[in-house]
Ligand binder design. Structure first.
Ligand SMILES: [Zn+2]
Length: 577
């Protein structure tokens, strides 16, 4: 590592030591070009000069030296052919357009990189509370499948709409891409909702710099931090996944790697109500099932911070107070079909008393709504996505219905409260489509029994007790579902009573799992052979909203706009204490 020989601030330029040349050099400014900020939202501004050792590097903001502009000095780093400087925890307080121009010199050559930022002013408050429902991986087809199963369709007319389809004050299509790639993962996309900034696959609450340490990348203030800092609101996170998984994690944490789940578990203390799976990240390593690398007992630490703790449905009902931590499984919770209908003890693995997403949502709202400053609650239907990765559309559909009924709980609250914005969207889509229906009434099987066009008679799901969930996930006439992006797998268009993965790894290659459909046909994969599950797509996802501020959502929008719709509705002004 080259020592910095001298660091002078002369005008706008920070002076480094002797230059070393490399053929390809570039300046990277983070946040990236066209980033948008809420005025006063805090972030780290970093300039990296990559590929050569610069002898001069500097930054102007609207023509002014950045140190003068922010009233503080940057942290300067130099290592090999990387030079960087960073202003930690700064904010752009004036609304409008801003230009940041970075310059570096190597020998006689000058490099310049300009970025433009948009700063939007705080708005007048419209809503006291915001509830953001994220159906993980819930594309348009997932919503429609849930509607068909839950509400039915007669002579081509739907027999009812989903709760999420009754949110009709704002409707938009959301573009889910990150800034690195067309197809996002859940961390990256949830991060856009939480911060208003796009990020990269596997990252949350940060822009990506060159540092291999995932916890040091330049941060952007997220919705949890903002609503607490600016208004003292309460925050709740509810999910059916491991609570430290990408979507809930992105509401509180800043890391380049979503896999840092032990770190993320500690960050959960930024929220007041935390309900989901994932005790494996909270239990000390000495306890069976723990995934911690240390002896910290986070459940005890949270209790010491005033959290009531619940480990099952009965415990949740009894967990009162302002702060609750509920962890209802070691990892992801079971899906609705397994938890509430099939109840196969082998599948449940001892967790036989898990609450539903409706119960968790209700409990969270009951607690959070006691704060007169309002609350932000994120509720995730996590396994809509996970079951589509497993190409198990029935399990995914039941979880979509469960997610929808949780939205019903929120709608009921909002109807009485009158000051709550409800937003429902997904973080990305999956490549599923409704091909038609499937039945074997005439003895045909497999693809010959996939009924298209005039043959696609209506499915025979029935919900005789009216709870919204069909009693039988495998009726006489069911849906024929196709997957656009999949590994080699065997398909017989039948429901699987036990979850079974579509493909299994054989060395570096995923091969179709014959246990999935022993008499089914082999469908040749159309994604790289080392991928054993169905994968996300870049398709836009629908957003539906209702309540004060929902009018913000219209047309086609970037995922980052969900954040701006939330802070606009709440009238969050980061400059206010
Ligand atoms: Zn996924």
């Amino acid at each position: 590592m080259r020592r910095i020989k001298a660091l002078f601030v002369t005008g706008v330029l920070l002076m480094f030591g002797a230059a070393a040349m490399a053929s390809e050099a570039e300046i990277v400014v983070l946040p990236i070009d066209r980033a948008k900020f809420l005025a006063g939202q805090r972030f780290d501004l970093e300039v990296e000069f990559r590929g050569a050792s610069a002898n001069e590097i500097g930054l102007l903001i609207d023509g002014r030296d950045a140190s003068e502009f922010f009233g503080k000095e940057p942290v300067v780093k130099k290592s090999g052919t990387l030079s960087s400087f960073r202003f930690n925890d700064v904010a752009l307080t004036k609304a409008g357009e801003i230009t940041a121009e970075a310059k570096a010199k190597v020998g006689g050559k000058e490099y310049v990189k300009s970025v433009r930022y948009t700063v939007v002013p705080p708005q007048e408050q419209k809503a006291r509370n915001v509830i953001l429902f994220i159906g993980d991986g819930m594309g348009l087809a997932s919503r429609q499948i849930a509607r068909i199963l839950s509400k039915g369709v007669t002579e081509g007319k739907y027999d009812g709409l989903l709760e999420m389809e009754l949110l009709q004050d704002g409707t938009a299509l959301i573009n889910t891409s990150g800034y690195d790639s067309l197809v996002t993962d859940s961390a990256n996309s949830a991060s856009a909702y939480a911060t208003g900034h796009k990020s990269v696959v596997n990252a949350m609450g940060v822009y990506e710099n060159s540092d291999p340490d995932p916890l040091t990348h330049p941060k952007v203030e997220n919705i949890t931090e903002l609503v607490k800092r600016a208004r003292g609101m309460s925050v709740g996170l509810v999910t059916t996944s491991n609570i430290t998984d990408a979507t809930p994690a992105a509401m509180v944490a800043h890391t380049r790697r979503r896999a840092e789940q032990n770190f993320i578990a500690g960050e959960m203390a930024k929220a007041d109500v935390i309900l989901g799976g994932g005790s494996q990240q909270f239990l000390p390593r000495s306890v069976a099932g723990s995934k911690r690398a240390d002896d910290r007992d986070l459940i005890e630490e949270f209790k010491a911070e005033g959290y009531a703790f619940a480990a099952n449905r009965a415990g949740l009902a009894a967990a009162k107070g302002e702060r609750v931590l509920g962890l209802f499984g070691l990892d992801n919770m079971n899906v609705y079909l397994d938890r509430e209908i099939l109840k196969d003890p082998e599948v449940l693995g001892g967790f036989t008393d898990q609450p539903t997403l409706m119960e968790m949502t209700k409990h969270a709202i009951d607690i959070l709504s006691k704060n007169e400053n309002g609350f932000f609650l994120m509720v995730e239907g996590a396994c809509i996505d996970k079951q589509l990765h497993s190409m198990d559309w029935e399990r995914s559909a039941y979880d979509t219905i469960e997610f929808d009924k949780a939205i019903g709980v929120a709608r009921e609250f909002a109807a009485n409260d009158g000051s709550t914005l409800i937003i429902t969207t997904a973080d990305h889509s999956h490549g599923i489509s409704i091909l038609g229906t499937y039945h074997e009434r005439d003895g045909k099987t497999g693809r010959e029994a996939v009924r298209t066009y005039a043959e696609s008679i209506f499915p025979t799901f029935s919900d005789s007790n009216g709870d919204g969930f069909p009693e039988n996930p495998a009726p006489d006439v069911t849906l024929a579902i196709g997957y656009a992006n999949h590994p080699d797998y065997y398909e017989d268009f039948k429901f699987h009573a036990k979850p079974v993965s579509p493909a299994i790894m054989s060395g570096d290659v995923a091969v179709g799992n014959t246990a999935r459909a022993p008499r089914g046909a082999l469908y040749i994969g159309n994604i790289p052979a080392n991928e054993s599950s169905e994968v996300h797509t870049a398709d836009d996802v629908p957003l539906s909203a209702a309540g004060p501020g929902a009018d913000y959502f219209r047309g086609v929008m970037d995922n980052t706009e969900v954040f701006f719709g939330i802070v606009r509705a709440l009238g969050i002004d980061p400059a206010q204490k």
